[in-house]
Design a protein around this ligand. Structure first.
Ligand code: SF4
Length: 80
């Protein structure tokens, strides 16, 4: 499972931070940080979701009010 975080879209409401500890607060920027995320395009961060964290990752994506977080399964299908 893979998670994608669009930092440009993020409005810093920090609901994701409450759902999964791979998201942290950057209070200065007013944006979330995806820990260990690799920036594949400008402001687009991607990382694998470790085993056991799948549910938290999905909750984080669902909690985001502006859909800045997407979750994909191993076949590349978008789940959330
Ligand atoms: S829930 Fe969405 S808008 Fe809020 S900090 Fe997380 S990514 Fe940004």
């Amino acid at each position: 499972m893979r998670i994608e975080y669009d930092r440009d879209t993020c409005i810093g409401m920090f609901q994701c931070v409450a759902e999964w500890d791979a998201f942290e607060r950057d209070e200065d920027a007013g944006k979330a940080v995806l820990v260990d995320g690799e920036e594949t395009e400008e402001d687009l961060f991607v990382r694998e979701v470790p085993e056991g964290a799948e549910l938290d990752a999905k909750f984080a994506a669902r909690a985001c009010p502006v859909d800045a977080i997407r979750v994909y399964d191993d076949d590349g299908e978008q789940i959330v």
